[in-house]
Ligand binder design. Structure first.
Ligand code: ACM
Length: 770
């Protein structure tokens, strides 16, 4: 904390000597600084060019009071000679520019905010509100003068879809916080809130015709404890839902802030809560929900149950007339509540087991001449699309809706990477990019998270680096990319404070990706604004991650394959102190540290930020390694060397640089030990987390060779030791210079398992040779 304060003081000092560019997020398209500041003094007033803009004046007035502690009256334009501070809100409709654009000019006590439309005016006001420091600590409205710089801004967004998603099914959030979430979106010029309202663990929207959806489907008897598959069940009856009146209130609140609320009603998968309420929606209404013996569970395991654990579940909507009537009724009520032109119908992660087992589904596939169950999924979505289109609305679906044929007018949300988006745009469908590696804000943003997250690692820099128009997409198809969105799935996010922590500061990076011109996006510049962003978040008492200030360590190979290099980086320009093992001395880091010891504990610290690493030296550590298949782009670690870097994955999935991921492919590594020598044991470290589609290999074969050409199979191991961090070991003594390890990927994930039908992930962490 002290460190941050020092930085702020520094920034403040600089500010008072020169005309600094203010901390604006997102950075406007065009900004010109004029010399000097103006003071908004107690004689200031707000006027509107047209009575219809009174609500903007009222919102500005209330924000000036809550953020800056000043009361500024709304009055007709003053006449006469006395110059007071004048904030004029206007709309210039005679412009054919981007309707979300605006201009903001601050000169000689005149603050002119002119929108190309009301939305533009709203965004201009948001920019204006970022110009002075918030003073939320002052309760009295005595904070005059508010000093702001003189400048001119002309601004409009790069993308027309700028979204944030929130899952309220896994964990429910009260209306008061939903409004706060909408405030966050508005402040950073997002225009879409994707509200994920139904899932296996809870149905959260009142549907008058089907009251059991919320009475039964809105509650579960407990929730697993810890990361999936869980160490127990909390046995706490949990749930909640939004009444239709509350939904209307949220939609109105969002509309006043120019935010479109898109409801998501999941189908045909993620349907456990609906089925618990109305079992006829299932292919097998009389069968109990399948709950694994090993799943920690609260209450009865009989009958249809709202899920208490995470993942993907087999009991999905049956494609019957009963179900379609039900869904049409639900959608009818939903459409009355949400003015958005879109309804999100989900479409993701729908296991096909029930449809395969069901005589009705098989008969339907034959009678409709569908290819298979994917064809049936496509039939399901297309039928719902037709209904929704007939009511004048459009559907959005996750990229699985591409499988078996895309519904004719559907917009696709590309989440399993960029491929779905590229394919849909190539087929001339609108696309919203939300690929996991950059846009999943449920991922860890630190390598040292102190609470459970779903895993993975998506730091601020990665979000900032995201380019929504895929490089592989043909230029003339770029127009189909409407924009992008970050998703917040809440399996491990139980309360508003954690929601804030997970989205801040990443939402500020995304805001700039979506709004600012591509050529203006500059990480170094954004980085220089971060202390100011953090200061504002502190003042607004918003919880956020400080991972940006953490030291980052990388393990590198040496040129001659002896030992390792430990490289440290810091975003803070101050000395890093290094301590080796239990040595008494501490020294200042000057460059990568050579490490050759057998086991080695190194620690570095910079004021409050510490880092330590244990190295497990063995015969393979730091040696030359070659892979037959490259790791997948999403999990490249630090290249093949990751497997011999002496770092064992003590933090499971939170440190994605410490393991390699192979989607559907085998891992085959060959290590050169440099000379023939006795080898007594070879160990492969593997990670398993089936809920995230990460599966153990079907077998691991160990080979040895003296010449690198003729390999002898030592042993094939099927059964590992350990849980989740799995060890495959052979103890056949041999003399060898080259070691080969082949881990066979499960391939396509089998039925009944999380991710069924998709390529399995094989996550490999380290190879030890002793
Ligand atoms: C998703 O993350 N299942 C869309």
């Amino acid at each position: 904390m002290k460190r941050i304060i020092t930085l702020f003081l520094l920034a403040f000092t600089l500010n008072s000597y020169s005309q600094q560019v203010p901390v604006l997020i997102p950075m406007p398209s065009e900004l010109t600084m004029h010399s000097g500041n103006i003071d908004i003094t107690s004689d200031a007033y707000i006027s509107v060019s047209h009575p219809g803009l009174a609500k903007h004046a009222a919102l500005l007035q209330s924000n000036l009071l809550s953020m800056h502690g000043i009361i500024v009256p709304v009055e007709p334009e003053r006449t006469g000679n006395k110059i007071s501070t004048w904030i004029r809100l206007a709309i210039d409709k005679n412009t054919d520019k981007n309707p979300e654009g605006y201009s903001l000019t601050i000169r000689d006590k005149r603050i002119m905010i002119t929108g190309n439309s009301e939305a533009g005016l709203f965004y201009g006001i948001q920019t204006f509100l970022q110009l002075g420091d918030p003073r939320s600590d002052r309760m009295e409205p005595v904070a005059f003068p508010l000093t702001i710089p003189q400048l001119s801004i002309t601004d409009s967004p790069r993308f027309k879809y700028r979204g944030m998603h929130l899952d309220v099914a896994r964990h429910f959030q009260p209306v008061s916080f939903i409004k706060k979430y909408i405030d966050f979106l508005a402040a950073y010029k997002f225009n879409t809130f994707h509200w994920h309202l139904t899932d296996d663990q809870g149905w959260r929207i009142e549907i008058k015709k089907y009251p059991r959806l919320t009475q039964v489907g809105g509650y579960r008897n407990g929730t697993i404890i810890g990361r999936y598959p869980g160490t127990g069940n909390d046995s706490i009856y949990y749930g909640g839902f939004y009444t239709q009146e509350e939904i209307k209130e949220v939609v109105k609140y969002a509309a006043e802030r120019f935010i479109d609320v898109i409801p998501e009603i999941e189908m045909p998968g993620h349907a456990s809560a609906a089925i618990a309420a109305y079992p006829q929606l299932s292919c097998f209404p009389l069968e109990s929900t399948k709950i694994l013996e090993s799943t920690p569970w609260a209450g009865s395991r009989k009958g249809k149950q709202v899920q208490q654990t995470w993942g993907v579940f087999e009991d999905v909507f049956a494609p019957t007339e009963y179900t379609f009537n039900f869904l049409e009724d639900v959608v009818d009520e939903v459409m009355l509540l949400f003015p958005s032109k879109y309804i999100h119908i989900g479409g993701d992660e729908c296991p096909k087991e029930s449809w395969k087992r069901s005589a009705f589904c098989q008969q339907l596939i034959r009678s409709k001449k569908l290819k298979d169950e994917h064809g049936l999924q496509s039939y399901f979505i297309q039928r719902m699309e037709k209904y929704i289109n007939s009511k004048g609305k459009k559907i959005i679906g996750w990229d699985e809706i591409l499988e078996g044929g895309l519904a004719p007018n559907a917009t696709v949300m590309s989440w399993r990477g960029e491929e779905g988006g590229i394919k849909a745009a190539t087929e001339k469908h609108d696309v919203i990019m939300t690929p996991g590696n950059w846009m999943y804000f449920d991922h860890s943003q630190s390598t040292n998270e102190d609470s459970v997250t779903i895993g993975n690692y998506t730091p601020l820099e990665e979000v900032y680096s995201y380019e929504p128009i895929p490089a592989k997409l043909a230029n003339e198809k770029a127009k189909y990319i409407l924009g992008a969105q970050a998703n917040l799935w809440t399996e491990y996010i139980k309360n508003p404070a954690k929601v804030e922590y997970m989205i801040f500061p990443r939402i500020t990076a995304l805001s700039e990706v979506l709004w600012s011109p591509k050529e203006k996006r500059n990480w170094k510049d954004f980085e220089s604004r971060l202390p100011g962003i953090f200061k504002r978040l502190d003042q607004q008492k918003i919880n956020y991650s400080k991972a940006f200030y953490e030291l980052k360590a990388t393990v590198l190979p040496t040129e001659n394959f002896t030992g390792l290099l430990w490289k440290l980086e810091s975003t803070v320009n101050e000395p890093i102190l290094v301590k080796v093992n239990n040595a008494d001395s501490v020294w200042v880091y000057t460059g990568p540290q050579l490490i050759t010891d057998k086991t080695f504990v190194a620690a570095a610290n910079f004021k409050g930020t510490t880092l330590s690493q244990k190295f497990h030296f063995n015969k393979a550590t730091g040696k030359k390694i070659v892979l037959a298949n490259e790791a997948s782009k999403g999990f490249p670690g630090d290249g093949p060397f990751t497997l011999v870097n002496g770092v064992q994955n003590e933090k499971a999935l939170t440190r994605s640089r410490e393991f390699l991921g192979f989607a559907g492919k085998d891992m085959e590594a060959t290590i050169d030990l440099e000379q023939v020598q006795p080898v007594n044991s070879i160990i492969l470290h593997v990670l398993e987390q089936t809920g995230s589609w990460i599966y153990r290999p079907t077998s691991v074969s160990f080979y040895a060779s003296e010449n690198g050409t003729d390999f002898t199979l030592l042993e094939t191991v099927i059964v590992p030791k350990g849980k989740r961090h799995l060890l495959y070991e052979t103890k056949k003594p041999v003399k060898a210079r080259f070691i080969k390890v082949l881990a066979k990927n499960m391939g396509s994930i089998g039925s009944g398992k999380p991710g069924a039908g998709n390529p399995a992930w094989l996550f490999v962490d380290e190879i030890e040779v002793k």
